[in-house]
Design a protein around this ligand. Structure first.
Ligand code: GLY
Length: 422
């Protein structure tokens, strides 16, 4: 089998790393990939959002299955593009079609879906430009902090949480007036939920599903969860509070009703679902759905999969996931993200990375790297994810931090407290 993985981050590197271990996989191509993926497969100069470029790469490289890493191509319909193309229609795309990807692509759609199927989530209402006064009235019925979400994809910046009602009103107005372009033409305002967040993942063929390991992501740039939000500064799996009892509630109250709800609504979902959950006094609530795996969560959940990940992918493609086997490693995996100084604000790229040949007993997933003049250089805000195994969380963290200290590039920064709250 020849596989094409679309994307260029640590999530895609971890997918490629695991898929390359499968006996069923002959060649792996990555579009566009990074310096790390180029050591495993063949990087292709493909923009995942340019479907014609993807089409050309698939045909030229005799690709049998396409796995879509990031959300943007899914939300804009790459799966449908394949289904509607004479030459591509029989090539399975792992990732939902446009209608199903609305779970991530439209916050309003997701909240309506959750409410319609009685899946626990916070109270909400949606507004557009013509109902901005009603949005202000609704805000006054809520307790602070106020949560305002742009309906569509806004490069991870579309969720705002503020304490002050005046700022909340101004934010809602700014979104409706085009702050995030079309993504904010509708806004969702919802009651804030206080608790600890957790990322839960499944892979589904539209009928059955497999529960993948869960993870906790550390989103803030600073120690003790301070400062600006990032794409994720580190992650831990398993999550100690996600015990058997809690996960049973997640299955019964959230995952099963989601799968049944999709089927009742006539939505055929094939791919990964990422449930962004919050544990409120022992009860799980959905904050958001994502139509893909998380990053840096992938860098801890994929190393915990002992069985062949490609077997699950094939099960999704063939619709017989029920028959496929999933074995999980009980050990902890942690990852620490090394980022460019200044991130998530402005930062410099092109810095030479040192020490990649020195690390031991960890796997280094590349996030924002590329090769230039035979050197690995930085090419993004999040640069490397250092993932390690351990019988305890501390043992895994010790491995991640020991190896992080062997790596360097100018202005490198990382959090030293991943897992502090667990
Ligand atoms: N780490 C959060 C995300 O992938 O959206």
């Amino acid at each position: 089998m020849n596989i094409l993985v679309l994307g260029s981050g640590g999530r895609e590197h971890s997918l490629v790393w695991k898929l390359a271990q499968s006996r069923k996989v002959s060649k792996i191509f990555i579009g566009p990939g990074n310096a790390g993926t180029s050591n495993i497969g063949t990087n292709l100069p493909v923009n995942p959002e340019n479907f014609e470029e993807v089409r050309k790469a698939v045909i030229e490289n005799s690709i049998n299955i396409v796995i879509v890493g990031p959300e943007a191509p899914l939300v804009s319909g790459i799966h449908d593009f394949f289904l509607n193309d004479k030459l591509l229609k029989n090539i399975p795309v792992i990732g939902p079609d446009k209608s199903a990807a609305r779970l991530e692509g439209s916050k309003d759609f997701a909240k309506a879906f959750l409410t319609r199927h009685n899946i626990p989530t916070s109270v909400y209402r949606s507004f557009d430009k013509s109902t901005v006064d009603e949005a202000y009235d609704f805000l006054r019925t809520l307790d602070p902090p106020y949560v305002i979400k742009a309906d569509g994809l806004a490069a991870g910046k579309g969720v705002v949480i503020v304490d002050d009602i005046g700022t909340a009103e101004a934010e809602a107005k700014a979104m409706l007036e085009g702050k995030f372009d079309k993504a904010g033409h509708k806004v969702v305002i919802e009651q804030f939920l206080k608790g600890v967040e957790l990322s839960v993942f499944i892979v589904t063929d539209g009928h059955s599903y497999k529960l993948l390991p869960e993870a906790k992501d550390y989103k803030r740039i600073g120690e003790r969860d301070s400062g600006l939000n990032t794409g994720g500064m580190g992650a831990v799996s398993p999550v100690p509070f996600a015990d058997k009892k809690f996960m049973e509630k997640v299955k019964q109250r959230i995952i099963d009703p989601t799968i049944n709800g999709l089927s009742e609504d006539g939505i055929n979902y094939k791919g990964f679902i990422f449930f962004g959950l919050i544990n409120v006094n022992g009860d799980p609530y959905v904050i958001e759905y994502n139509a893909r795996l998380g990053d840096p969560e992938s860098e801890v959940i994929i190393p915990r999969i002992k069985s062949d990940l490609f077997d699950l992918i094939e099960g999704v493609a063939m619709g017989d996931l029920e028959k496929r086997k999933l074995e999980i490693d009980n050990r902890y995996v942690t990852t620490v993200m090394l980022v460019s100084g200044g991130y998530p604000g402005s930062y410099e790229k092109g810095k030479t990375i040192f020490g990649l040949d020195l690390t031991r007993d960890s796997v280094i997933f590349h996030s924002g790297t590329k090769i230039s003049d035979n050197k690995v250089i930085t090419s993004g805000g999040r640069v490397l994810a250092v993932s390690s195994w351990g019988n305890t969380m501390n043992e895994a963290l010790e491995g991640s931090y020991r190896n992080a200290s062997l790596l360097s590039f100018e202005n490198m920064y990382y959090r030293t407290d991943i897992g502090f709250d667990l």
